[in-house]
Design a protein around this ligand. Sequence first.
Ligand SMILES: Nc1ncnc2c1ncn2[C@@H]1O[C@H](COP(=O)(O)OP(=O)(O)OP(=O)(O)O)[C@@H](O)[C@H]1O
Length: 231
Amino acid sequence: MPALELKDVTKTFVMHLQGSLKLPVLNDVSFKAEAGQCVVLTGPSGTGKSSILKLIYGNYRCDEGAILVRDGETQVDLATAAPRRILAVRQRALGYVTQFLRAVPRVSALDIVAEPLIARGVARDDATARAAAMLKRFNVPERLWSLPPATFSGGEQQRINLARGLLPEHPILLLDEPTASLDAKNRAVVVDIVRERKARGTAIVAIVHDEQVRDDIADVAVDVTRFATAA
Ligand SMILES: Nc1ncnc2c1ncn2[C@@H]1O[C@H](COP(=O)(O)OP(=O)(O)OP(=O)(O)O)[C@@H](O)[C@H]1O
């Protein structure tokens, strides 16, 4: 049983403020990711790569098709699962590193990184220590740890976002442009972490524009152009 499998997933956006204008974006998306494998989604801007990650995570509902996620010994179809079930599967099985950090006013970088671990039941001291180690690994200077990241540079915010998203380990990891604003040294940190996760059996679906990073991590490339219906 693959860790993740999409079967004939179709998505049309309906623009309610534009007289219910229909915007077909994806048609019959089918691919799978095995444990320990990294699938990279490729294709030009606007083909629907980010939408696929949002469909898998359940931010968008698909119109047709199945999104099968292995949850222990069973397989759950997130396309038809009830919202509560989706949330439970997310918590156990799905990690999702979005492209941008959602700025939380007045919360320090260290607490932002530790928070998902605490939400999963890790003791605060332990979570904070692991968050600090991750910030160090991403070369975030210690003087920034106690500050809210709203005023940080793009690359600093991306590293906070990566540290937060990569710290809890889930069997499936979704990565949306994890290296977009990073320098070479920090791109290498992302590549190392992805390789470690693959070795521990994580199935990864990633959008990566940097060709070198893509070559370093990809086991399979899925060209989204063949599923794209938008002109
Ligand atoms: N919530 C939404 N409502 C309406 N249209 C949407 C929505 N989300 C995405 N789209 C449209 O779907 C298409 C695909 O968008 P998506 O962000 O998935 O592309 P992408 O391949 O990830 O692009 P990029 O490489 O530029 O990030 C675009 O035309 C976009 O405008």
